[in-house]
Design a protein. Structure first.
Length: 158
């Protein structure tokens, strides 16, 4: 069987992947933001854009606040402080950190899809909401008890 070399863009031109180079399959995007919540926000909590480069806890009962821009990537971002949110890729947290955000024991459930929780702003759940006044927002899928592959989708009115 013939060996095939992937095509890549190098200096604006299409060429073969240079010898010794590799391609990474997962890209992670972090964004620096200011916490508009009156309390700290913690790793894994879902946030919406409350102003330019400002975020607050997402709320699955309010269409404007259910438009998630990412999950908190820092261990904690104090009120009115600057920190990072993750908008794509795989977010890794401890099982205890996920337990606090997803209401689980032992971390995420491998293979489960997680949604914005409609009972606690910013939290996640593996049970999709069913109430007609709530908003269904898919966040991502658990790859392990500590890793969530983000796949944030726009809110769907129920």
């Amino acid at each position: 069987m013939a060996t095939r070399v992937p095509l890549v863009i190098v200096n604006g031109r299409v060429s073969q992947l240079p010898a010794g180079d590799t391609i990474s399959g997962v890209a992670t995007t972090l964004k620096s933001v200011t916490n508009d919540n009156g309390s700290p926000i913690v790793i894994g909590e879902a946030v919406y854009a409350s102003a330019a480069d400002h975020v607050n806890l997402a709320d699955g009962t309010n269409v404007d606040k259910s438009e998630i821009v990412g999950l908190v990537a820092d261990v904690s971002i104090s009120a009115s402080s600057v920190g990072n949110i993750q908008t794509s890729g795989i977010l890794t947290a401890t099982t205890g950190q996920w337990d606090a955000i997803a209401g689980t024991t032992g971390g995420l459930t491998v293979g489960s899809v997680y949604y914005l929780d409609v009972t606690t702003p910013g939290h996640l759940t593996s049970t999709p909401p069913l109430t007609l006044t709530d908003w269904l927002v898919r966040i991502g899928r658990a790859l392990s008890t500590t890793e969530l592959e983000l796949g944030i989708e726009p809110p769907i009115g129920l």
